[in-house]
Write a protein that binds this ligand. Structure first.
Ligand SMILES: Nc1ncnc2c1ncn2[C@@H]1O[C@H](COP(=O)(O)OS(=O)(=O)O)[C@@H](OP(=O)(O)O)[C@H]1O
Length: 237
């Protein structure tokens, strides 16, 4: 069966079946390389795949939706890892780059924002992540004005939400000891695991204990407020 291809708005040659598959987002329009998927993560394009009537119907029914869930922070909290791991799920479609719509690009309007989103089927969840939303004052009201039902996700620890069926398990991950973090791998593939970019899992400098203490003291009242808001004591101090 010959594969059916089309050229998307970024000029990429896209395999229709692949674009319908397990949420492999081919958009890859990241601002910088470090956040994008490596080449090795893509399947060989020459592979031909069966295209049945259902897949074609689904393809024609794809639309762009405003995000129903947004990872709004915190910066350096592992937001890229969370998004990349979530989008392995077939019911999650996510934009690769950080759109910065609600902080830097708000004047461009909601249609501009929607157009950035990947196409999705009914029932698929559209997502984005822009961690600077967490530290920008106008963001809550702006997101609320778009939709009061949008789920806001803040990475603090052990995220468990969205009610997705369990599809992605340990088979999709390979722990990279040099990086100290898990990297993504296709369960049935021999291709190399895909780690996040160089800015994720960096070598950290040693910080003098006095400086660490000063930071703890500085953040303590903010942490307390956060525990109050969430009703959960995270024990960070
Ligand atoms: N699997 C995996 N691979 C690499 N890095 C991982 C992973 N899981 C979590 N992390 C942690 O994510 C930190 C970067 O967080 P963000 O993606 O939120 O950063 S950013 O705010 O978007 O710049 C990054 O911070 P640094 O350690 O300072 O580089 C990591 O600690």
């Amino acid at each position: 069966v010959p594969s059916l291809r089309y050229v998307n708005r970024h000029g990429n040659d896209v395999d229709v079946v692949e674009s319908l598959g397990a949420s492999r987002d081919l958009l890859n329009n990241n601002e910088n390389d470090v956040d994008s998927r490596g080449e090795e993560w893509d399947e060989p394009r020459s592979e031909s795949k069966a295209l049945d009537d259902n897949a074609m119907t689904a393809f024609l029914n794809e639309t762009k939706k405003l995000p129903q869930a947004i990872i709004i922070g915190v910066k350096k909290g592992g937001t890229r890892a969370l998004l990349e791991f979530l989008r392995l799920h077939p019911d999650v479609r996510a934009v690769g780059a950080e759109p910065h719509f609600f902080d830097r690009n708000y004047v461009k309007g909601l249609e501009w924002y929607r157009d950035l989103m990947p196409k999705s089927l009914e029932g698929q969840l559209t997502m984005e992540k822009t961690p600077s939303y967490y530290v920008t004052k106008d963001i809550p009201s702006r997101i609320y004005n778009m939709s009061k039902d949008t789920k806001l996700i803040v990475v603090v620890r052990d995220p468990d939400f969205l009610g997705l069926k369990r599809v992605v398990d340990g088979k999709y991950f390979h722990f990279n000891p040099a990086k100290g973090f898990p990297c993504l791998k296709r369960p049935e593939s021999t291709s190399k695991p895909h780690c996040l970019g160089k800015t994720k899992g960096r070598t950290h400098p040693n910080i003098h204990p006095d400086v660490v203490q000063k930071l703890r003291d500085f953040y303590k009242p903010f942490n307390m407020k956060f525990y109050e808001m969430t009703g959960h004591h995270f024990g960070w101090d």
